[in-house]
Ligand binder design. Structure first.
Ligand code: 13P
Length: 241
């Protein structure tokens, strides 16, 4: 049985007061055993969330370079200094807004693994690709190209672009089919691969995903900003175990 992995991606949508409010509420909640809960704060807030009970740390991004003259970038080794265990790479917002290609994503994932961290490689099709009937081949290509030469310790997050922040989550069946396809494509190289679903996950729809075949956890954006709502999602994933 794979332990469900539930990651909160706060994006750039929280401030320091919000982080403190999250901590106060989260730490007052009962512990949830049998899941791994992770929070990905904006980089400057990593020190603020150290020591949050029962939460591992994830960075939202990492440099593809090891070190040196790269103003504004953060190296994977620096993230280990702040106790990170995971790094999101290739989130669709970065692919779209920062022009991150599959090759750049693969390089970032490699740097992440070289520093002893686990990359969470994000993939997902835009809506026009799905309506043209090419979602599976598009995601297969992203997965294969973004994971080139990676070691086994990695996680994939399937986040259809049209489901992110739209309030229109994929159905559990659509997500499950894609997850199984991703696992099949990578089965030779990564037999134990974990694949998470992301895109408009909320407390009232999360159980459908965590109970579906091939879905090993969740990557949650908006609904993870409130500790109450993120705790409910984690508790529900535990129930679906
Ligand atoms: P929402 O949950 O707000 O749709 O965001 C999903 C996401 O992008 C998580 O990485």
């Amino acid at each position: 049985m794979i332990t469900p992995l539930i990651i909160a991606n706060w994006k750039m949508a929280i401030d320091a007061d919000g982080v403190e409010a999250f901590k106060a509420t989260w730490n007052a909640k009962p512990s949830i055993h049998g899941i791994e809960a992770v929070v990905a704060p904006p980089a400057p807030y990593l020190p603020l969330v150290q020591g949050l009970s029962q939460l591992s740390l994830c960075a939202q991004n990492v440099s593809e370079n090891e070190q040196g003259a790269h103003t504004g970038e953060v190296a994977a080794s620096m993230l280990t200094d702040f106790g990170c265990q995971y790094v999101l790479v290739g989130h669709s917002e970065r692919r779209q807004n920062q022009g991150e290609t599959n090759a750049i994503v693969a390089q970032k994932a490699k740097r992440t693994q070289a520093a002893g961290l686990i990359p969470v490689v994000c993939v997902g099709e835009p809506s026009h690709i799905r309506s043209e009937g090419h979602a599976t081949s598009y995601v297969r290509d992203q997965v294969l190209s973004s994971c080139e030469d990676l070691a086994e310790d990695l996680v994939i997050a399937y986040e259809p672009v049209w489901a992110i922040g739209s309030g229109e989550a994929a159905s559990a069946q659509v997500a499950s089919e894609m997850h199984l396809d991703i696992k099949a494509v990578l089965a030779d190289r990564y037999p134990e691969l974990r694949v998470l679903y992301g895109g408009s996950v909320k407390p009232d729809n999360c159980a459908a995903f965590t109970m579906a075949t091939g879905i090993d956890g969740l990557l949650v954006g908006g609904a993870s900003l409130s500790a109450e709502s993120f705790w409910n999602i984690c508790a529900s994933a535990k129930g679906a175990e």
